[in-house]
Ligand binder design. Structure first.
Ligand SMILES: CC(C)(COP(=O)(O)OP(=O)(O)OC[C@H]1O[C@@H](n2cnc3c(N)ncnc32)[C@H](O)[C@@H]1OP(=O)(O)O)[C@@H](O)C(=O)NCCC(=O)NCCS
Length: 214
């Protein structure tokens, strides 16, 4: 991807079978850029092969009830991706129909310019369309930036667990956000009530009360 790629040129769309190689490459690169320094090479490569390989994304693309969105930059490269689907995290007492924001990654040259936020809002629009009562995600305990973003959207930490990366174990935070299933378009969960706007598919969902630059 060109270092001067512009976020405004990034088009968000559903991932297609033809994106598989680029999606696998982006997912391995963005995980390694952010977390690679934490692991022994053998643990990192075992993890990337198990969790960021062609089979994982081929399955995600073929599984009903799974959202895989990509951000395509002006020069045709993939610069960001989002995966959402049915809950698989170790969340006790999760409500039936709970969903999970499984992966949210933006390539380094594009970070900090609102792309992650656009994908977060797409995740909420998708969850709303699924009539999901709540959304879960997990975040590495030392990933303060991502946790800050999630907390701004009303996610709250409800637990911890050990996340395997090869033979290494990371302390992971489990976060939850109540949603408002069946709410008539235009009204979202009270948890978003800090600043909600009318909601129809694709329209803006919510902004943290800070009114930040997103
Ligand atoms: C987290 C991430 C998806 C956010 O997307 P983005 O386009 O950079 O974010 P936006 O510009 O929409 O929002 C900015 C917020 O994102 C978070 N953020 C920005 N850069 C980040 C980074 N390198 N790592 C983690 N979080 C980051 C911060 O909360 C920031 O707000 P701040 O003003 O409080 O610092 C993106 O930064 C990223 O891919 N980071 C590295 C991988 C990662 O941590 N993924 C999430 C794993 S749970």
């Amino acid at each position: 991807m060109q270092p001067e790629a512009h976020v405004s040129d990034v088009i968000l769309r559903d991932a297609e079978a033809g994106d598989l190689d680029a999606l696998v490459a982006l997912s391995r690169k963005t995980f390694t850029d952010k977390f690679g320094h934490l692991y022994k090479p053998e643990d990192l490569s075992a993890f990337l092969d198990a969790e960021h390989g062609h089979d994982v994304y081929r399955t995600a693309l073929a599984t009903p009830g799974t959202l895989v969105r990509v951000g395509k930059t002006g020069d045709g490269a993939l610069g960001a991706y989002l995966v959402c689907g049915p809950l698989t995290l170790p969340a006790e007492a999760a409500e039936p129909g709970a969903v999970e924001l499984k992966r949210l990654y933006v390539d380094q040259p594009l970070q900090g310019r609102g792309l992650g936020t656009r994908l977060m809002e797409e995740a909420f629009a998708w969850a709303h369309a699924q009539n999901a009562p709540e959304m879960y995600l997990s975040v590495f305990s030392e990933n303060d930036g991502a946790r800050r973003l999630y907390e701004r959207y009303g996610f709250e930490k409800i637990g911890e667990f050990l996340f395997p990366v090869g033979n290494h174990r990371d302390l992971e935070f489990l976060m939850r956000k109540p949603l408002c299933p069946g709410a008539p378009s235009g009204v979202l969960s009270s948890a978003l009530s800090r600043c909600t706007v009318s909601c129809t598919a694709g329209a803006e969902i919510a902004r943290p009360a800070s009114g930040r630059r997103f």
